[in-house]
Design a protein around this ligand. Structure first.
Ligand SMILES: [Zn+2]
Length: 91
């Protein structure tokens, strides 16, 4: 790796750091995190995998910490609550 490459990599690292700091300042200006029972959770990401595992990422919109919940799908059912109405439509 040349000196230029090393400097470029370091610059990118610093830019990322500044970007994160700016985001932190605008979104979550508190420097302390909430008490455990005081977080205001909001689901920010939901990923489901073929093996039935679901990851839910919750972000506290007060302090910005994240919690990930891992679910294992045990059963899946499809029901049609509109069946009677559909039958009416066909007649
Ligand atoms: Zn919080």
């Amino acid at each position: 790796m040349t000196i230029e490459d090393t400097i470029r990599t370091e610059m990118m690292r610093l830019q990322e750091l500044v970007r994160r700091l700016e985001w932190f300042k605008t979104k979550h200006s508190t420097t302390t995190i909430c008490e455990e029972w005081d977080h205001k959770w909001e689901t920010t990401a939901l990923t489901s995998y073929d093996n039935g595992v679901v990851d839910e990422v919750l972000t506290c919109f007060t302090c910005g910490v994240e919690r990930t919940r891992y679910y294992k799908l045990t059963k899946e059912e499809t029901t049609d609550p509109w069946r009677d109405l559909r039958e009416d439509e066909e007649e």
